[in-house]
Design a protein around this ligand. Structure first.
Ligand code: NCD
Length: 310
């Protein structure tokens, strides 16, 4: 693996296999009563979050702690960024304290790449605008592999607000790299512009018809309608969105009983996913969360443990 994790472009299929093997070991550690491993003792990991987060931030923090790193959380709201400090000054200040890794989330696409050019620490992109969220894609693929075995030739439907979704972008890259057949589904207004050329080059399919795609899916990934990133009316009403693109109780019948239902969270229950689907026996939403810790332990381990510590 490279020094940073900025994009799924930094992860080869072999890297993913290595990470998943380590994550499986970490998953065993997670089930123990005493979860500490000494691997990252003496290393410092800063979580720098300029956007809200429940799962990603806490799972990176837990992952670091279980590997014995010192982990510290800094949020945009509670930091000097709210006093007008620039991103560059904020990260140079943090880096000057001697940190080993910076896990960062920022509303601007490309922010993590930019920061990686300013600091010596390893930079892990925990979501940059609508660009990428590579650790999420890794934990999603890990969860699916645990359920389905190899992803080679399996059909994964990725459904929802694709325009605003960094999870979609990272997932399409990783799933296709792992040999899955991917169909992305959205209403025309939430299908990103330029997806036609990208899908042709990367070999995934696009569709506006969820009812047609679901019966053929081996897994379905529902994505959140990201209202906070929307400036205009992308659909007439919440009800209309649900009728066309929600995983409703009726649509659940179109899915095989063992087809895993994923959602990265947070879920808008009743909008993109009905409670019947979110809480169904085939829902893997909470498996994704627990895999999130194991996969992030594996990422931190591979990025940091191999380095010279002198
Ligand atoms: C995602 C994110 O922040 O990109 N959530 C997450 O990390 N679990 C998806 C979302 O916000 O909808």
């Amino acid at each position: 693996m490279r020094k940073h994790l900025l994009s799924i472009d930094d992860v080869s299929a072999d890297d993913a296999a290595t990470l998943f093997a380590t994550a499986a070991e970490m998953h065993d550690v997670q089930r123990r009563q005493v979860k500490k491993l000494p691997a990252l003792r003496g290393r410092t990991v800063i979580n720098l979050f300029f956007e809200d987060s429940t799962r990603t931030r806490s799972s990176f923090e837990i992952a670091g702690k279980w590997l014995s790193a010192d982990t510290i959380n800094i949020t945009g709201k509670g930091s000097s960024a709210s006093k007008g400090e620039s991103l560059r000054d904020t990260v140079l200040t943090i880096a000057a304290m001697g940190v080993d890794a910076l896990v960062m989330r920022h509303p601007a696409s490309g922010a993590a790449l930019q920061v990686s050019q300013w600091v010596d620490a390893a930079v892990l992109n925990a979501g940059d605008g609508t660009h990428e969220h590579p650790s999420q894609a890794l934990l999603d693929a890990y969860t699916l592999q645990q359920r389905l075995g190899s992803l080679e030739g399996r059909h994964v439907a990725v459904v929802g607000d694709l325009t605003h979704s960094r999870v979609f972008r990272s997932n399409v890259k990783l799933l296709t790299k792992l040999g899955a057949q991917v169909t992305v589904v959205a209403p025309p207004t939430l299908m990103p512009s330029g997806v036609g050329a990208w899908s042709a080059a990367a070999g995934f399919a696009t569709s506006y018809d969820l009812d047609e795609v679901l019966p053929k899916a081996d897994a379905v990934m529902m994505l959140r309608v990201q209202r906070e990133r929307m400036s205009g009316g992308y659909f007439p009403s919440a009800r209309e969105y649900t009728v066309g693109y929600g995983l409703t109780r009726d649509r659940l019948r179109l899915l095989g009983p063992d087809v895993p239902i994923c959602h990265p969270g947070p879920m808008n229950r009743g909008l993109e996913i009905a409670a019947d689907a979110a809480d169904a026996a085939q829902s893997v939403v909470l498996d994704q969360v627990s895999a999130g810790v194991a996969v992030r332990m594996a990422i931190l381990y591979h990025l940091l443990a191999g380095e010279e510590t002198d």
